[in-house]
Design a protein around this ligand. Sequence first.
Ligand code: ISE
Length: 336
Amino acid sequence: MTDLRIGIVGVGVMGADHAERVARRTAGARLVAVSDPDAARATAVAEAIGGVQVFADPLALIADGAVDAVILASPGFAHAEQLFACLEHGKPVLCEKPLTMDAASSLGVVEAEHKLGRPLIQVGFMRRFDPEYAALKQLLDSGELGRTLLLHNVHRNKSVPETFRSEMIVRDSLVHEVDVARWLFADEITRITVHTPTPSSLVGEGVLDPQLAVFELASGAIADVEVFVNFQVGYEVRCEAVAERGSATIGLGSGLFTRAGGRWGGALPADFRVRFEQAYDIEVQRWVDAAGRGEIDGPSAWDGYAAAAVCEAGLESLSTGRPVDVDLADRRKVLG
Ligand code: ISE
């Protein structure tokens, strides 16, 4: 079988990481094209790998006959137009979160894909591919612990750029736990409340960080999430599920433990690329393998839409401080 020729749109932190992954660690795939508004950045990535064409225009990359499939690692505001282009050209696409900036445009993407009659869009909710999260999902689904009642999540980044405002904490960070809750409970979130404790004095003027979100699910289960993106220390993601006959926790960081220099303990990963390296590798490999079969193998456009709908309600709660009901379309009506 011939390699899947992949083009990457956006080669900032995540896109550059995916470029290395596709070029060096993904079987059956080849990086053939990159595009980025920063031409020097795109050229540097292309030259480091070799044999990679640089496109100034992301839509030209998507349309190009030498590109079989696309990874969108551009900012969320660019996704809608680029996703529609991928659908128009029938190209499988792995789209980093968020799918789009709001629920209405995400629903438009879902409907457009549905009209084509085959799935082309997979959303980059990589936690689903992390071996620890996958083991948790398997345990909860096995029924061994009885019904799952609660989820407690912690999501901390060492720091984020100054441009990362309160809304991005919801749309770009909390969105991961929105997907985790929907996935682990196999249920929809019907209401969200975003609480804003006194912000850290180390964040930019007006930025509400940390945030504490509470999700209510259709079944009556509840998930809480602390998101703190300027934690200063390192990258920490934990999830504890509380069920009728026990609890299970992932993300305790039980890697290498050292005793030296009068201290003992492990190291915190600097960022998501380190903590979720294996998850990203598995995600991209499975996406490539599935594209070869004309399928997706991971979170769908619907999952991206549902997360966008929850985040939209979350943004309203962020500004009002009140619980907000999630306005989600009827899946059966949309997808038939
Ligand atoms: C980033 O875009 C990610 O997706 C990371 O997983 C998340 O931890 C971070 O907060 C986001 O900025």
